[in-house]
Design a binder for this molecule. Structure first.
Ligand SMILES: [Zn+2]
Ligand SMILES: [Zn+2]
Length: 263
């Protein structure tokens, strides 16, 4: 069972998926759907269908809402050896290369209309790969671009700023370290160019360097068509980057087991 649910109290989405946790590149038993050049090697692209698919379960009543949205997910695997890749060992050129491969994928996939909530997150503890999702939810578009607002109001949370780029700590962080690096111009991933991506890779590399610890790096845009880089401490995934919770056991199953044990 894989299902997106909206909590009526916090208005946050949860993805409930039964799939195993762990390095998904190690669990891959499918052939890559395509590959693109990456330095002297290749980035292999795998379409994933286990997390993102329509719900099979109906919940009754108006209070709880679930999504029928399915969206799209793929893994972009750039290192085949498990446990060898660390973000802070990657140079600026490799980062820029990855950013442009991801932006190109978004450009190619745009025509399918999977949704404007896009996140590609690096996986910390295994193979070198980015896990990319494109979703219709969370439905957080309010008309005005939130990212433009965040940049304008970064104030004393600002870390770096030049004519083109602003880096700031999130106003309401979800992790100990929760940093955004965004182009000041309102530009989407699909609309980005090499100059934007180079600038983002440059400050991303510098920030990863001074942070010292390995972090999750996400290239994303959340509904507003304004791309950004997110650096978060610890290991998280693309769903978390979009502000969703991701759990691997469904609450109905847990309740059933506990009811049984209570008897
Ligand atoms: Zn692995
Ligand atoms: Zn904007």
């Amino acid at each position: 069972m894989n299902e997106f649910r909206l909590d009526p109290e916090t208005l946050s989405f949860s993805l409930i998926s039964r799939s195993k946790e762990g390095c998904r590149a190690c669990l891959l038993d499918i052939k890559e759907s395509s590959s693109v050049p990456f330095g002297n090697s290749l980035i292999k692209i795998y379409e994933m269908k286990d997390y993102v698919q329509p719900s099979k379960y109906e919940l009754s009543g108006d209070f709880f809402k679930k999504s029928e949205a399915d969206g799209y997910e793929e893994l972009l695997v750039f290192s085949r050896e498990h446990g060898k890749t660390r973000l802070k060992d990657m140079d600026k050129e490799a980062l820029e290369n990855i950013f442009s491969v991801i932006a190109d994928r978004v450009k190619q996939l745009e025509k399918y209309g999977f949704g404007g909530n896009i996140a590609a997150s690096s996986y910390l503890k295994g193979h070198g790969y980015f896990d990319m999702v494109m979703l219709d939810i969370p439905w957080n578009s309010t008309g005005a671009c939130k990212e433009c607002g965040y940049i304008k109001n970064s104030g004393n949370r600002e870390i770096y700023s030049d004519d083109h780029i602003c880096a700031y700590a999130s106003f309401a962080p979800a992790h100990e370290v929760d940093i955004c690096i965004a182009p000041k111009a309102h530009v989407s991933m699909a609309g980005s160019d090499p100059v934007v991506l180079f600038g983002l890779a440059d400050i991303t590399k510098k920030l990863i360097g001074v942070l010292g610890e390995d972090a999750t790096l996400s290239l994303m845009e959340a509904g507003d068509g304004h791309m950004k880089i997110k650096i978060c401490s610890g290991a998280s995934g693309p769903f978390e980057s979009l502000g969703m919770h991701h759990v691997h056991t469904d609450p109905e199953e847990i309740s059933k087991e506990l009811r049984k044990k209570l008897k």
